[in-house]
Write a protein that binds this ligand. Sequence first.
Ligand SMILES: Cc1cc2nc3c(=O)[nH]c(=O)nc-3n(C[C@H](O)[C@H](O)[C@H](O)COP(=O)(O)OP(=O)(O)OC[C@H]3O[C@@H](n4cnc5c(N)ncnc54)[C@H](O)[C@@H]3O)c2cc1C
Ligand code: FES
Length: 281
Amino acid sequence: MDKYLLPHKAEVMKITQETGSNLNIKTFRIRLLEEEARKKFNFYPGQFVELTVFGVGEAPFGFASSPTRDDYFDVSVKETGLVTEAMHNLEEGDEIGVRGPFGNHFPYEEIRGKNLVFLAGGIGLAPLRSLIEYVLDEEKREEYGRVQMLLAFRSPEDMLYKYDFPRWEKSPDTLVKYTIDEECEGWVHCVGYPHDLLHDELDLNQPDTVFFTCGPPIMIKAITDELKSSGIDPSSIVTTLEMKMSCGLGKCGRCNIGSYYVCKDGPVFDLKQMEKMPPEF
Ligand SMILES: Cc1cc2nc3c(=O)[nH]c(=O)nc-3n(C[C@H](O)[C@H](O)[C@H](O)COP(=O)(O)OP(=O)(O)OC[C@H]3O[C@@H](n4cnc5c(N)ncnc54)[C@H](O)[C@@H]3O)c2cc1C
Ligand code: FES
């Protein structure tokens, strides 16, 4: 049997309640239990794992932490259905199954020396956090240019990773901006959709910039349209796609978009590739 079909036993080390709203998101810090498996488990920002809640089922989640923290990984999970609800009912110390890592990854080597812009919406910040933490890591920071972020949430209660933001803001040559959908009391940052704020809040005129965007499909479409109409090369705009999955290995055919298998050829695609996909994507 393919070794990637067998789950490794893992322990939930820590659970963080991220949101205080109807949008229920928790972050799970996970560590493989067997030392041998832990040594061989190398992942890159943008890849994903299949997590099993025993007796319930399995679902895919993107890595939300940097591989530079090599003893564990984080995933952030939005409660939507059967498996995600069971994940939310787990407690610290509980055992789960882990298959992976799967998929391609963000081009973390090709973007060395370039300026980076991160445009995230809601839980779309989770996969981007893996790359953000990687490039802002003290040992890696000087390998990358200016880092700018525009982080969009429905409301202040929907913000995730608030505890990371002071550290991100203090990183050299880094600009972090926040926006929510509607004005509310006590909010001192931007208000409005990210595609409407791009030009006013960020400096988009720097040469050699790569844009990473992840969030609801409608946000990704608005942002990519705005960037393209500003003359940005589609191959410099990178996102991740989500499809229903089963094997995660390119074997079952569950996740295809045209000729692409999202689990194997993706989940990371640039806009040039996405423009070759059927129109509904
Ligand atoms: C590569 C990849 C990375 C992902 N990363 C994350 C992540 O970091 N955090 C996170 O919270 N979720 C992530 N997802 C989505 C997550 O896998 C689904 O929310 C999960 O499978 C739902 O399982 P469930 O049993 O709780 O829901 P179900 O009971 O199966 O369904 C509940 C609802 O969710 C929808 N749904 C089910 N699976 C998916 C899916 N794969 N994509 C979109 N909608 C789906 C169903 O249509 C239904 O409306 C990712 C998906 C992929 C493919
Ligand atoms: S999930 Fe099986 S082919 Fe992609």
